[in-house]
Design a protein around this ligand. Structure first.
Ligand SMILES: [Zn+2]
Length: 97
């Protein structure tokens, strides 16, 4: 199954080892993304860096796998942590590549 949608919200990191993007079953690091329809996908950080982009100043910017994971970790953190570290709702918005 490939992931569907155009805009995604990173919901957090995941330990589930199967990638919904490519079907890989030995993932060590993955994130959960939710599309505009509310469907959730478990995506390995390598696939996420390939198929998702961050919007920055009107452009689509490629993410490194490390950036994918740090966004996932931030999404899993508490509201207070996000505020303290300058993460707003927009920080977790990604778009299809
Ligand atoms: Zn994959």
């Amino acid at each position: 199954m490939a992931i569907e949608g155009t805009t995604f919200t990173v919901a957090g990191t995941s330990d589930y080892p199967v990638c919904d993007c490519c079907g890989k079953t030995n993932l060590t690091r993955a994130v959960i993304v939710r599309n505009e329809c509310g469907e959730e996908f478990n995506v390995g950080c390598i696939c996420a860096s390939k198929v998702l982009r961050q919007r920055y100043q009107g452009k689509k910017v490629k993410l490194s796998t490390a950036a994918v994971i740090s966004i996932g970790k931030a999404a899993s953190a508490s509201k207070e942590w996000k505020e303290r570290n300058g993460y707003g709702a927009h920080s977790f918005q990604l778009v299809a590549a």
